[in-house]
Ligand binder design. Sequence first.
Ligand code: PMP
Length: 391
Amino acid sequence: MQCEKLFSTRAKALKSSVIREILKVTANPQVISFAGGLPAPESFPVAQMKAAFDYVLNNDPQSALQYSTTDGYAPLREWVANRMSTNGATITPDQVIIVSGSQQALDLIAKVFIDPNDKVLVETPTYLGALQAFSMFDPAYVSVDSDEHGLIPEALTAEVTKDAKFLYALPNFQNPTGRMMSEERRQTLVEKAREHDLLVVEDDPYGALWYEAAPPASLLSRMPERVIHMGSFSKVLAPGLRLGYLIAPIEITKKFEQAKQATDLHTSTIAQRVVYEVVKDGFLDEHIPSIRERYKNQAHAMLDALTAYMPKGVTWNQPAGGMFLWVTLPEGMDSEKMLDKVFAHNVAYVPGTPFYANEAQTNTLRLAFVTVPPAKIQEGVKKLGEVFSAG
Ligand code: PMP
């Protein structure tokens, strides 16, 4: 059958993510992969999950296996609201929707806000999965510059923000760069958002994964009336659960609920029930410090290897948390064009280009460091250094 002619304009425009293509190469166990953004599987709390599944299936199997409400399991929504409430902002459970991974939150945001050619402000670079979700609805992206201290809020002028549907921001240990937005910049961003009546989407799956000190207060806690905050259980428990949450002003939450109903009726009942059992008595506060320690050691192994093996002219940032760092090659080198040589040395990374909504800085690349053992990090970075030295 000739299927191509049946596809919608939207489907015709779809491309496979470069990352998925690279993951095919990295399926080979010989390859040292700094490409995938997977959490370290050793950090998954298997025993706690087993016990929680047993508990839920022994005590309340019928409702745990039944359909449930679109907004999510009420005790879990209440738990999220309590955990996310601060002195600055009290979050109520009716502001919370449990979503099927925070990736679904990006899809709902796109569906609820974006008409073709609507202006959407994004960081430069930004999370590829957000660009994929938003692009299905054909926005006109306006890139907002960032540097090692995160998004530069001074770029949010009256002209840039005029008629923008929202700004998509990743203040903590951003994917792809690992950058954290400074306290000063957060304050300025809040001033600019208020001045220009701008809605801000704050995507924060990595905020708990700091190494030495917690990041500055969230944008949600500073201006809950104009922030949609996204959180996830993927990096602090396990991504296979597909569980995340959205927090928004109530009139927006209601719209998300309607959009979610059409998308998947509701998030997995059993996943919500089990995660609630795991987190309700404070398990995350015992568990997350061990992930922080693990990721901090991995980051140090990567930074040491970069210092030892990168040729002159290559630069990188020192992440204060999360799973990634960002490398800049000398001007004129193209990290995507170098991939074949890199693969030939059995190493992999993700080139910077797909993380840019508009014009890309082609001499950049993302290194993920949490799933490769330190000895292999050394070996892999040494090989990268050789490829980059050869030019
Ligand atoms: N936002 C960012 C910035 C991410 O890095 C990811 C995962 N790669 C997601 C959202 C989606 O996470 P999940 O759907 O697993 O919650």
